[in-house]
Design a protein around this ligand. Structure first.
Ligand code: ZN
Ligand code: ZN
Length: 138
């Protein structure tokens, strides 16, 4: 079983997870553009039961996502690192930002999602499948 750890830039917030990711994707939704400062965020979806905070208390900013569902986006109140998101419509899943992993190289993206809001200046020729909205699940 895969396990990984991560946290924010200043070290105040730490987390760990022990499970295979449900999926790993580059997400081009507008909220991920705000959170990343560029065209997409690279994220791992992990089972909520396998995910736990080990230090600190992130702040949350809730948004109504393009999907129509509320997404609670967690970040470090001290250094501002975007960390992970809680999907109110899918409480079994946490979405972890790959950039906050201690070893970001473990990220194995398999698709692009929310490509309907992908930016034309963010080209991709990596050959991965591209979905207009959420990935097909199950
Ligand atoms: Zn921090
Ligand atoms: Zn997104």
């Amino acid at each position: 079983m895969m396990s990984f750890t991560g946290g924010c830039r200043c070290g105040q917030i730490r987390y760990e997870a022990s499970a295979e990711p449900i999926f790993a994707a580059h997400c081009h939704c507008r909220d991920c553009q705000y959170a990343s400062g560029t065209g997409f965020s690279s994220v791992l979806a992990v089972p909520a039961a396998s995910f736990r905070l080990t230090a600190g208390e992130p702040r949350a900013f809730d948004v109504a996502a393009e999907s129509g569902n509320v997404v609670s986006r967690k970040f470090c109140p001290n250094c501002g690192t975007p960390l992970f998101s809680e999907l109110k419509a899918a409480p079994g899943i946490w979405i972890v930002k790959a950039g906050s992993l201690d070893d970001p190289e473990i990220m194995k993206p398999s698709m692009h999602i929310w490509c309907e809001s992908a930016q034309p200046w963010m080209p991709s020729n990596d050959g991965l499948p591209r979905f207009p909205k959420n990935p097909p699940m199950g």
